[in-house]
Ligand binder design. Structure first.
Ligand code: NAD
Length: 261
């Protein structure tokens, strides 16, 4: 239980990779604040399962990551209810697939807000708390798309490249404060986010569902397998350990070899 008495805030953790982070940190003894959208009864059962499976405190914030004031309130709530924020995982993210000339402007703004600006607002809010504690771990879920591009994902690729830059900047600013800042860059992980982009990719590229899965998604991954959410979460647990105290400012790929090509 290496993270006993640590308190973690994980944005976008009602589903997919975020939920895997929350459960993996709780399994190590951390109390968690989960966040994101979904049916209230589903969220409540996820929250309650974390408490009963791992014997930690788990609270939920409905903060909308497009709203800076709600992001600050979420961090304040973690401090008030859990007692602090030692670990921040910026994970909320959305995708939209379209050629640039048809890309809806409101989708560009929304993706930049959730996938990039929300991390800035959350990092900004936790820095004084972590500096005071003299310890902190800030992790963001970037993507293989923080390192390479794919057509039709202009907003996502731009936001994720920005997130990798924000990570490096924050790491340098906090290097002597006992706070590490890193991002994890998964390839394709089978989650609702990937599943939901299949119809748009079928439309944008004129392909069948099977062709999108095998010729577009898994085509990028030399291993020809999806990454699992649990494999991504295990990297975050390692980054929170003392063994990772000198790992800061990095972008760790978990992508089946995608960005080696
Ligand atoms: P997901 O759709 O399963 O989860 C996204 C989470 O973000 C959900 O909890 C959702 O409710 C939440 N969310 C969305 N909009 C929000 C908002 N405005 N405010 C608060 N929460 C919001 O997706 P996922 O695949 O688990 O993605 C998680 C992260 O991993 C994202 O940042 C994504 O870009 C990144 N990622 C995913 C993959 C993949 O293949 N699935 C690959 C690389 C990176």
């Amino acid at each position: 239980m290496s993270l006993k008495n640590r308190n973690a805030v994980i944005t976008g953790s009602t589903s997919g990779i975020g939920l895997a982070y929350a459960r993996a940190l709780a399994a190590e003894g951390a109390n968690v604040l989960i966040n994101g959208f979904g049916k209230p009864e589903d969220i409540e059962s996820e929250r309650a399962a974390i408490e009963s499976d791992f014997g930690v405190s788990a609270i939920y914030s409905s903060a909308d990551m497009t709203k800076p004031d709600q992001i600050k309130a979420m961090i304040d709530e973690a401090v008030a209810q859990l007692g602090g924020v030692d670990i921040l995982i910026n994970n909320a993210g959305v995708q939209f697939v379209s050629p640039i000339e048809e890309f809806p402007i409101e989708k560009w703004d929304q993706i930049l807000a959730i996938n990039l600006s929300a991390a800035f607002h959350a990092i900004r809010a936790v820095i004084p708390i972590m500096k005071k504690a003299g310890w902190g771990r800030i992790i963001s879920t970037a993507s293989a798309h923080s390192l390479v591009a794919s057509p039709f994902k202009a907003a996502y690729v731009s936001a994720k490249h920005g997130l990798a830059g924000l990570t490096k900047t924050a790491a340098l600013e906090l290097a002597t404060d006992g706070i590490t800042v890193n991002c994890i860059s998964p390839g394709y992980v089978w989650t609702p986010l990937v599943e939901h982009q299949i119809p748009d990719t079928m439309k944008a590229r004129g392909l069948t569902r099977e062709q999108v899965i095998h010729d577009v998604l898994l085509d990028s991954q030399p291993t020809k397998e999806f990454v699992t959410a649990e494999q991504v979460a295990a990297v975050a647990v390692f980054l929170c350990s003392d063994a990772a105290a000198q790992i800061t400012g990095t972008n760790i790929s978990v992508d089946g070899g995608w960005t080696a090509e």
